[in-house]
Design a protein around this ligand. Structure first.
Ligand code: SF4
Length: 228
């Protein structure tokens, strides 16, 4: 979520068309980004995103997860703004107002920025560009941003990595994949995250359906175990 500027790079490659014709934004080297994103999802440092003036993720009707161990964030968010997450015991959700704004968002941006939850620290809308998808209906500001990002690729191996991330996301969108506990991912954000966790299954092309399902579930389980 909104942070400091990044150094621009060259050799942009189109992924999604911008409906407004707004100028492209350099998203950085794809493989560098992919490794940083995976590290962030595994609990490492948050992502450094050149948000500029964009506040799309704080104003787009997102529920923000705040996990039990996030004592700093929990100290800075009024308890009345938090409700138990139905599918994750111990985790709480922060909702949004009638305009879709996070309750911690104000005229000056995030009012608890140094104490914001991990969900906000790891949020990086380039994940949708990487996965070749939008953030969902009604998320106009974010979708415009997604369409403007341009990754750079040093070689064919890096392009192959992005094709694999996109193939994983496409498979998850087109086929119901049931994860342990019975959950079938459907939200764009969780599909993009799962694609980043499991893209290795698609690096050598798309396997048959059963192999893809098993591979995705196993890759995500192994990723989360390593992270834990
Ligand atoms: S806590 Fe801060 S960074 Fe996170 S969504 Fe709310 S306003 Fe944005």
């Amino acid at each position: 979520m909104p942070a400091g500027p990044r150094t621009p790079r060259t050799a942009w490659v189109d992924t999604l068309p911008s409906s407004t014709g707004a100028a492209p934004l350099p998203a950085g080297n794809f493989s560098d980004w992919l490794r940083a994103m995976r590290a962030a999802l595994a609990g490492g440092p948050g992502m450094d995103v050149a948000c500029g003036e964009c506040v799309g993720c704080c104003t787009s009707s997102y529920y923000i997860k705040v996990r039990a161990h996030e004592s700093d964030a929990l100290r800075h968010i009024p308890p009345a703004q938090l409700a138990p997450a139905p599918d994750e015991p111990g985790t709480r959700l922060m909702g949004f107002d009638a305009a879709g704004h996070c309750p911690m968002f104000g005229a000056g941006g995030c009012s608890i920025y140094p104490h914001r939850p991990e969900t906000c620290r790891t949020y990086d809308c380039r994940i949708f560009t990487a996965a070749g998808m939008e953030a969902g209906p009604g998320r106009t500001m974010i979708n415009e941003r997604i369409a403007r990002w341009r990754f750079e690729f040093a070689d064919e191996d890096q392009r192959r990595e992005q094709r694999a991330v996109q193939a994983a996301a496409r498979f998850l969108r087109q086929h119901p994949v049931r994860f342990p506990g019975g959950h079938i991912p459907a939200r764009p954000s969780e599909i993009a995250v799962l694609a980043v966790k499991s893209y290795g299954v698609f690096l050598d092309g798309e396997p048959d359906h059963a192999t893809a399902v098993t591979g995705i579930v196993e890759a995500c389980r192994a990723f989360d175990q390593r992270a834990g």
